[in-house]
Design a protein around this ligand. Structure first.
Ligand code: GLV
Ligand code: MG
Length: 338
């Protein structure tokens, strides 16, 4: 017999109160911090790094030279064995499916440290068939090595075909954890005329109308990634997955990194990648809700205890729909405070 969800689920909760009973605990994943596992001196810093990040990811794919692929895989296994990750997630980005390294990445890593690995990030996913293949391979390796906790899959959305198939990718397996936008590979795959890792472009904009005084007109820069992020968020939310903005490669422009992360946060993403240690704090700031926003959201919840009706707060109308928006913000604040 199925029962209607109880109204209780919608009861507002105080900031810091325990999470309601959910089948899957909702982990905070504001940043996925990348490290190159073949570098001994970076591995030595991990015990200090682990408590500072929500997710730590050993990168085996792009940015790792071909002659260091094996060392990166071995370095990741050594780091996974040597460290206690506590509540920090442990992920790896493996090489793409048709590379000469993918199969060894999977068999060696799952065989050696599969019980410590939370998520496999799969690059250049083009359709559900890629996820089906990895899903079955993980099932085989988990069975062979007696791994009890299913390893999840996170897809990078970074080819034109992948974007076209985003819904089917999101629906491809119960192992799906979420998706990240990969703006660098996607730009190449789409034939975009850029040489950047994420962020905007000074020439991509809308020119203001001609001015009556004939003065110089302003080009209002637009967000190159708006369409894809929104499409990815919808596909993810429709299937209960998490959406992430990926990399921001200009380490000299923290303000632009923060702006790109904030657009993603406002559109529904839960986190972004940090490729440089200073991006950890940027992500922490952006993907944790603003205090003034949380206090306002709390007022909405308090004003409508059962989540229905309409009230005015500071001249603005609130109703069942803004109550749900407020709950998203307050729930996140509670997870950050926990
Ligand atoms: C990430 O992998 C990207 O291509 O942007
Ligand atoms: Mg890429």
């Amino acid at each position: 017999m199925t029962t209607k969800p109880s109204k209780k689920f919608f009861e507002p909760l105080a900031i810091g109160a325990p999470l309601p009973n959910r089948e899957v605990p909702v982990a905070l994943e504001r940043m996925v911090h990348f490290f190159p596992p073949h570098l001994e001196k970076i591995r030595a810093k991990l015990p200090e790094m682990i408590p500072q990040v929500d997710v730590l990811l050993g990168n085996l794919e792009d940015a790792i030279p071909a002659d260091a692929k094996e060392a990166a895989r071995k370095g990741f296994i050594a780091a996974a064995k040597a460290n206690d990750f506590g509540s920090t997630g442990l992920w790896t980005r493996v090489n793409c499916l048709n590379s000469p390294w993918f199969l060894d990445d999977m068999t060696e890593i799952v065989g050696e440290v599969g019980d410590k690995l939370d998520v496999v990030m799969l690059p250049k996913v083009e359709g559900p068939w890629d996820i089906h293949y990895l899903d079955q391979l993980l099932a085989q390796l988990e069975a062979r090595h007696g791994i009890k906790k299913p390893i999840q899959i996170h897809a990078i959305l970074e080819t034109a075909l992948g974007v076209a198939n985003v819904e089917a990718i999101a629906a491809a397996s119960p192992r799906m954890h979420g998706m990240s936008l990969g703006p660098a590979d996607l730009a190449a795959s789409r034939g975009m005329k850029t040489t950047r890792v994420g962020g905007g472009h000074p020439s991509y904009g809308v020119l203001e109308d001609s001015r009556a005084d004939g003065g110089a007109r302003t080009l209002f820069q637009q967000d190159l990634w708006h369409y894809t992020v929104a499409k990815m968020v919808d596909a993810c939310q429709a299937h209960g997955l998490k959406a992430f903005y990926g990399p921001f490669g200009d380490f000299s422009d923290d303000a632009a990194c923060e702006a790109q992360f904030r657009n993603a946060f406002l559109l529904g993403c839960v986190g972004a990648w940090s490729l440089h240690p200073k991006q950890i704090d940027i992500a922490k700031k952006v993907f944790s809700p603003d205090v003034a926003e949380v206090l306002f959201a709390k007022r909405i919840l308090d004003a409508m205890p059962d989540g229905t009706g309409a009230v005015m707060i500071d001249g603005k109308m609130q109703d069942d729909a803004t109550w749900k928006q407020a709950k998203v913000i307050v729930d996140l604040a509670r997870r950050v405070a926990a």
